[in-house]
Design a protein. Sequence first.
Length: 489
Amino acid sequence: MGRPFTAPRPAEYADVPPAVRPAVRPTPAAALPAGPRSVVPGRTTLRFVRDTPRFLMDLRRRHGAASAFELRGELFVALFAPAMVHDVLVAKQHDFVKGVGFARMRKVLGEGLLTNEEPVHLRHRRMMQAPFHHSRLDDYAALMATLTAEELDRWTPGTVLPLAPTMMRLTLEIVARTLFGTGAAHDAARIGAAMDVAIDRIERTMLPGLDRFDHSSLPWFRAFARASDELAAIAERLVRERRAQGVTAGDVATARKEEDLLGLLLALRDEDGSSFSDDEVRDEALTLILSGHETTANTLTWAFSYLATDPEVRLDLEREADAQAWLMEGRPPTVEELLATPVASAVLNETLRLAPPVWVAPRRALRDVDVQGVGLPAGAHVIVSQYVTHRDPAIFADPDRFRPDRWVEGFERGLPRGAYVPFGAGTRRCLGDQFALLEGRIILLAVARRFRLVPTGRRPLPRAQPRATYRARGPVPVRVEPRQAALRT
């Protein structure tokens, strides 16, 4: 199949219709919702690139639940109402394929679960159920707790900690140890640096037409290719080494005894007896690194930042942490214990609402399709944005305010379908959602038990730096205060 950066779109995937270019192929105005129009060429594209979340929020405020506009001459339609989101992601998902952002992700992650299409996606999802089976979560939780405790032991009270890089380092260590065992410890820095470049370039090159520079001599694009190839090379080496240890396809019983997911991936078989190729294992490993490292680190950075703005919620979390038997006894937590943490769970839910790591989900219409009365022509780019829909004032009171108390028992079950989708929905819902939530609870509670993190800058919240994931800008410096000293003040 080749390296992800140069691999062609798999032949099994559906043919994607050509993009809709209104100037060449006019669409009746009555068939599309209203949207921004500009007599200045490129102005809409410039606004979109400069601050995409703000641009999308402006669309909803000015034009409502649906809006049509052009970027680089191609038709985009943004759909924000929960019912529309549900149609695109679930009810009519087979009328769409992953859009421009995911096409760029494929340059790094290949054909893993996050980026692949049918029929490849169904096979991979079916086979990837085993690594995330509930029976394995206790083992993952034990490793997460151990590595978190080791990280916190390195913190020095009174010093300033770069929160964002620290969370990146911790979550990368957790996913590397979970996925590769001890074999990837010395690769963690290289993985982190290469993934950082890749995440940046994915988002900055998602506009139509920029892919033509992928194989140019421009240094900025060459760095993208190098980062992708380095990640692939590391994963390929680890797969070869693991294969050499004797784990073979179908040897699931042996793989279950191993401490890493890689052995299990190599041992998996589908219903027809087929197994993953080494390239497929590589792509799923790279996908797990991104989804288990980058996204969780961003969520935790935002969660600690939001907690610093609300002393009452922070105190509630500290009380919950103080009541955790596993923290008092210095032992690994069970899944049942972690699920019974309403404050930590509410903090995570509210953080995922306000700062969803996957904050936009672009799609492409395979055929003419109606979405809640909006007629989408084949080839149209479609934008669903968790960032915008999660701020719908008709559903979430005080939508821009951090309010974990809204997540009282039953609140999420009462939400309209499509209103809250931080992990996606339907068959595209992230398989690792429970893994990520367990990790988030463990880190939030372990930190709250021992420390308070106090922002050192003028702004209580960092500025956002949306890339392929919703990042905080800069290192986000915080002062580490021991709980005892914090309580005296």
